[in-house]
Write a protein that binds this ligand. Structure first.
Ligand code: ADP
Length: 235
């Protein structure tokens, strides 16, 4: 109940910021700024940016709420998928952002490893990690996605050489709205929910997500899933 109350209060706070900004700029436009085309354009661009942020926030909150319901109902249909296909799709989705920032995306490993997943959700988890790896890297950097397979597990690891995360923050970064640097996350268009979504996606798949990081050197986020052959044995 406490966690729920905290979440509602955090959500209200997060939503209030863009709404206040949109309202302020709209009012200023109506009070006369719209007569000055140059000023009006800047204000409208801010309104557009803040509305986009609001949409991303609402989308992420809805994703979390759907995942929580699915966790209880265990109603997500799983299908056999090739890890490489999911990684390639996630890389395609992140390529425009990577190119804008001058980040090169690479993939390596056992692309033919098979997992039982909801393809849409698993692709989303990989996208969230690659998106962060790009966001928290400098320009002219490399991000690598590596797939490994053991007898009963498939791991998808996303490595970056970005800013890294100090040890004291590591236990908390999967919490909703927890950010190491709030201003930087906001500036980069983050909602603070990406990793919480990844964690829930891994829970519905009986998998896990972990992180290793060194400030100034980079981070590795690893998704672990039972391999499809291991799941078959259990069934
Ligand atoms: P955000 O929208 O702020 O990126 P996330 O839930 O995706 O929210 O991540 C939570 C926080 O964890 C981020 O604000 C950032 O401080 C930290 N973080 C996540 N991924 C990385 C990364 N690859 N490198 C450095 N810091 C990261």
């Amino acid at each position: 109940e406490n966690a729920r109350r905290d979440f509602v209060s955090n959500v209200s706070h997060e939503i209030r910021t863009p709404v206040t900004s949109i309202k302020g700029y709209a009012e200023t436009l109506l009070e006369g700024a719209m007569e000055e085309p140059e000023v009006a354009r800047t204000f409208l661009e801010t309104i557009d940016r803040q509305s986009e942020r609001l949409c991303m926030l609402v989308d992420d909150i809805l994703s979390l709420s759907r995942l929580e319901r699915s966790e209880q109902l265990a109603d997500i249909p799983f299908e056999k998928a090739r890890a490489g296909t999911l990684v390639e799709a996630a890389m395609r989705a992140c390529t425009p952002k990577a190119e804008r920032q001058g980040v090169r995306l690479h993939m390596s490993g056992t692309m033919d490893a098979e997992i039982r997943v909801s393809g849409t959700l698993m692709e989303q988890a990989i996208i969230n990690l690659v998106d962060n790896a790009i966001k928290y890297s400098d320009t002219d950097a490399d991000v690598r996605i590596d797939v490994t397979q053991t007898a009963d597990e498939v791991c998808i690891a996303v490595h970056d050489n970005g800013c890294g995360i100090a040890a004291e923050h590591l236990p908390r970064i999967f919490e909703r709205f927890y950010r190491v640097d709030r201003a930087r996350s906001r500036m980069l268009g983050g909602t603070g929910l990406g990793l919480a979504i990844v964690k829930h996606i891994m829970t519905v798949h009986n998998g896990s997500v972990s992180v290793e990081s060194k400030p100034g050197h980079g981070s590795t986020f690893t998704l672990r899933l039972p391999s499809a052959s291991a799941t078959n044995t259990i069934n």
